[in-house]
Structures are given as C-alpha cells and as structure tokens.
Design a protein around this ligand. Structure first.
Ligand code: AMP
Length: 127
C-alpha cells in the first residue's frame, strides 16, 4: 500500500516556515534542527525536505540525490557537533522511528541524533 503523506504534520509546518525551529544545518534536500524536548545534551532532528513518512518510504520513492544529500547531512551535523568518533568525538546514536510499533509521533521521516552523554541501552528489555 502506498504511503499517504499528511502535509499538516508539525515538520511540514516547520519546512514551510509556519512554525519556528532552531536550525542546525540546511542543505538542498535536508533540514536539521534541535528537538524541542531534548533527551540528551545534543538532540538534533534531521529531516528530508520531501514528503516522506518514514525511512522505507524514503528509500522507495526518494531520488538518489535526495538520499545522498540526507545521508550526508546527518554526517555533517555529527561533524558540526564534534561528536564523530573518527575525529576523537565521543560518539552518538541515530534513531529513526516508524509506525506504531516504532512509536513514531511525527509522520515525516526524521533521524534523531543523540549525543553528549552515554545514551544507555539500545532498547528497553522485552516484557
Ligand atoms: P518521534 O517519536 O520519533 O516521531 O519523534 C518526534 C520528535 O519530534 C520528538 O522527540 C519531539 O520532541 C520532537 N518535536 C515535536 N515537535 C517539535 C518541534 N516543534 N520542534 C522540534 N522538535 C519537535
């Protein structure tokens, strides 16, 4: 089943400039901004500018240029924050939630970059 993109989601409004964000980086096809409720000293969201609901939607329908730009934007933000292990940074975690089991709140693809402390166990133990 194809995805239906809801253009009233909060990140679509940020992209249209209808609500503000604290911008970290902007590229041709991506925008990075700080999370409004940070879970770590560094908590940045990176989103594609195109109307993609989640990662598999993006992987299926985005152009190679969009995918390359988005992937590189994540790397650029990590470098900008000084958290890349390759440059003696302390590292980071990338998270991209999708759908109900993934507990995705905002239906516009986003990658969370979390850093600045030990981020802890990958997921809660199964109950
Ligand atoms: P997810 O659960 O993966 O969909 O995460 C959505 C994230 O968006 C949460 O971490 C929220 O804190 C964040 N968020 C929601 N509204 C805003 C906003 N206006 N500006 C920045 N981050 C937001």
């Amino acid at each position: 089943m194809p995805y239906t993109y809801d253009d009233q989601n909060i990140f679509a409004k940020i992209l249209r400039g209808e609500i503000p964000c604290t911008k970290v980086l902007e590229t041709d096809h991506a925008l990075a901004f700080t999370d409004i409720a940070p879970k770590a000293p560094h908590h940045v969201l990176v989103i594609p500018k195109g109307p993609y609901v989640c990662h598999d939607h993006f992987a299926l329908d985005a152009s190679d240029a969009e995918i390359a730009d988005f992937t590189r934007a994540i790397g650029k933000v990590c470098a900008q924050l000084g958290i890349t292990p390759g440059a003696d940074g302390a590292g980071y975690r990338l998270i991209s939630n999708a759908g109900s089991d993934g507990v995705q709140e905002v239906p516009h693809l986003h990658v969370h970059i979390l850093a600045g402390r030990n981020i802890g166990p990958m997921v809660m133990a199964a109950s």
